[in-house]
Design a protein around this ligand. Sequence first.
Ligand code: BGC
Length: 729
Amino acid sequence: MEHTSSPDTQIRDLLQRMTLPEKIGQLQLVNGAGGTIPDDLRAAVASGSVGAVLNEVNPAVVHELQSIAVHDSRHGIPLLIGRDVIHGFATVFPIPLGQAASWNPEIVRRGARIAAREAAATGINWTFAPMVDIGRDPRWGRIAETLGEDPYLSGVLAAAMVRGFQGDDLSQPSSLAACAKHFAGYGASESGRDYNTTNIPEIDLRDIHLPSFKAACDAGVATFMTSFSDLNGIPATANDFLLKKILREEWGFDGFVVSDWESVSQLSIHGLTPDDRESAFEAAQAGLDMEMASTTFAAHLASLVEEGRIPAQRIDAMVENVLRIKFRLGLFSHRHEHTEDLSVIAHPDHLSAAKDAAVESMVLLKNDNNLLPLATTERTSIAVIGPLADDPYEQLGTWIFDGDERHSVTPLQSIRQAVPEDVTIHHARAMATTRSRDREGFDEALRCAADSDAVILFLGEESILSGEAHCRADIRLPGNQEELIREIAAIGKPVVLVIMAGRPLALEDVIGSVDALLYAWHPGSMAGPAIADLLFGAAAPSGKLPVTFPRVTGQIPIYYAHKNTGKPAIPSEVMHIDDIPPRAPQVSFGLTSFHLDAGASPLFPFGFGLSYTTFRYDNIRTDTPEIQLGDRIVVTADLTNTGDREGTEIVQLYVRDLVGSVTRPVRELKAFKRVLLQPGEMQSVSFELHTDDLAFTNRHMQRVTEPGEFYAWIGGSSETELKARFMVR
Ligand code: BGC
């Protein structure tokens, strides 16, 4: 029945007519059977004891499920159909960490829009994305799904992703309800082991881990998902500080909050509750609205209400939150009957957008003697070596439930197409997988390299080595890859290393053996064309690292926005373990903060990335030496393309608050801009900062800007030296 009254009125009306079990049904998300409807699911939907289903992508089955909900259940409330649409659907875009390296909100928005369009065509109306957890630990497999280490960059890109998934209007048939996850602190798990404990001081929670969630909230994200992890002793799924105080009271969120997979029943495994009944109680009272996969709400909420432990109004509020999103999605206006034409799935336009995203996501980390772009006219033969050169599946990355490798174009295929006919391509896989420990393929690979004028190595990690629960204690290249690199390098041909991986890898021991390094992450369906365009110069790299690259695993955590400490490392005094004289007295050197075997600096800093041209920054200035609280200041620098090719630079603004009532990071990213310059062209690049942009959380948990002296840097990475000062009065 088409209603004319407002959603609020309709929700109130529904709540009056629904029984308690029907209400609780709206709070249950169950796993679909994948292509069929078992009798118990059919009965559950018809009786109204299920309000949402995940992992059902067969359009006919989704349609039938909706039809049972709408026509056979008493109130005809349509279902939410959820799915992990993380970085594309059938068309796979770069992993989120790769997309973040584009520093391009429009690329990120477009990727999510396309993913939404393809997924929605099957009847899906809810995605469990974006993941906006802060990723500062590359051991953690799920860093692949993050938008990097920085709260500001993650926030800008999270908002773009929400806008992409949800479109201009959530009720459009091509829009999905988005889900900001995993609320909150998940990325800080101890030693990067997934699901592990987190202890995060409230100040850090507010200034580091929550801003990207706030940005998603401000962008209108429809739903939140709680984290599996324990936050300061209270698992996130039962954490009322997060779910009530922050999310509802401070941010005014009016969508609904879903648990993670069985994270309600896991409350007793954490040891917070003795059993499922108490888990249901704790989660519902803390502010959770919907339970995923486990069924403690279904089993216990009704009796908890009857006993008076949970007020009936609390259940009504939970149901209201869920129904509000169903209304916004247009589900009550028969949106589910207008699923789109399936021909949008892996449409050529989508694949072409995935290629653009892949091009922008790749980061050039080394390019000695301008080896890249490779000049094919001078090469008569190129060796393409490695287990990831021609593997249509492994280039897709983690979380690609619906990714279809038949749409993948591999680097080997694209390189063959990109080079003139008289260029010979020698190909050797060298290793069965990136983890292989044998040398069986080495001889052939070395022969290939010896017979060629240049070598392109495709190494890194298969998809399965990152993602949920796939953490590593040692983030070097796995298997025999380091050995392979060294042996190939010893032949003496120019070597380009292309890494596909779901995380930053520790490359200190091999970086010296290669002439060029292109970091491709897991680029998705169009890895091949994107990489070929970059290698041969049809496109120029513009990506910048969204996360710091350590030299060795033991440096983790290492991130640019660290505190200064009372004894910061002094580069000229950083001593290496090999240089320590015998019997050196304890206090004779090195009384600052660094590792004897790794120094203090990362291999590549946050924000870093080369282009095929070069850029010079100079003449940094502010429009005024001082501002009052509430005012704005403009910081400007001149950027010149000093090379002989066109290039895009991602210009970054960092700030340091020199003295704070709570110590401040040595630098914080505050803004960035993409600038395209022709050779020789100069542009003045300006950023406007409001004093609110300088705010942080003080000892009383208030967000304040404190007057005093600030530094501002503009440059092409977090290590830029070009600095101005200003005062806030
Ligand atoms: C993951 C979530 C995901 C959910 C549903 C969980 O294991 O942590 O990120 O959305 O499964 O697939």
